[in-house]
Design a protein around this ligand. Structure first.
Ligand SMILES: O=C1O[C@H](COP(=O)(O)O)[C@@H](O)[C@H](O)[C@H]1O
Length: 223
């Protein structure tokens, strides 16, 4: 794991957005297409704001979430809603959004079709992950009902996940898909998450799921 620390959150958000944009541009130049997989939650909004203003051939960039809460876009809890409001606008309005939610009663009903939609965009070119203070990443929560399956090397692309701390049912990309990304960045802010990261480094992924992806990741942190 590599740790980059920044003087403040503004530097972090601008600096990391710049790194991500540069990596996407490299993939577009080399392969003519790229995929960008991003978290939801409360932290990444400023990175999305910057990326949405970057001049890239966004139509050739597939954008999808690490995980989604099983709620419609009319809910403030929807990660897809965050993407639409903060990333898929301006210059990035034409990016190819690959959905992680379908309007079915349970994630299980929508899962197969969603996973097939993701398949052509793997391995992920650039992966940005968040982390909770409980050491979850994507929707791989400590104590989640299907965590062991999602950490296994033969896990499917996408799995439903339920955990007390998660609130609503979720879908999440699994550990092998996340670990297989060509570039892995983890975005964390504040002392509490920095302490959680240090702790995660001493624990197995079954207790600290973020540990599953740390080996090849660059963690970006500011107070
Ligand atoms: O629930 C989620 O939490 C994590 C961390 O979110 P944050 O609010 O602490 O930044 C996020 O990475 C994940 O995508 C999201 O669904």
């Amino acid at each position: 794991m590599k740790l980059e620390t920044y003087p403040d959150r503004e530097f972090l958000m601008l600096g990391l957005a710049n790194v991500i944009a540069g990596q996407l541009a490299d993939f577009l130049r080399r392969d003519g297409r790229a995929s960008l997989c991003v978290p939801g939650g409360t932290t990444p909004g400023p990175i999305f704001d910057t990326l949405s203003g970057v001049d890239l051939d966004w139509a050739k960039v597939a954008v999808f979430l690490n995980d989604e809460r099983w709620v419609g876009e009319d809910s403030p809890r929807s990660n897809t809603r965050l993407l639409r409001e903060r990333l898929l606008r301006g210059k990035a309005a034409g990016a190819d959004l690959v959905p992680l939610y379908a309007a079915t009663a349970t994630p299980e009903e929508g899962l197969e079709a969603l996973a097939e939609g993701l398949r052509p965009h793997l391995p992920i070119s650039v992966l940005l992950l968040g982390m909770g203070a409980d050491m979850h990443t994507a929707s791989l929560f400590p104590g989640a009902d299907r965590l062991a399956e999602a950490l296994a090397p033969d896990a499917p692309i996408l799995m439903p996940m339920r955990a007390e701390a998660a609130g609503e049912p979720r879908v999440t990309l699994t550990a092998p898909v996340l670990k297989g990304a060509m570039n892995i960045h983890v975005l964390i802010t504040g002392e509490e998450k920095r302490a959680a990261l240090e702790r995660a480094l001493t624990l197995p992924p079954e207790e600290a799921p973020v540990r599953a992806i740390l080996d090849n990741a660059t963690v970006h942190w500011a107070e």
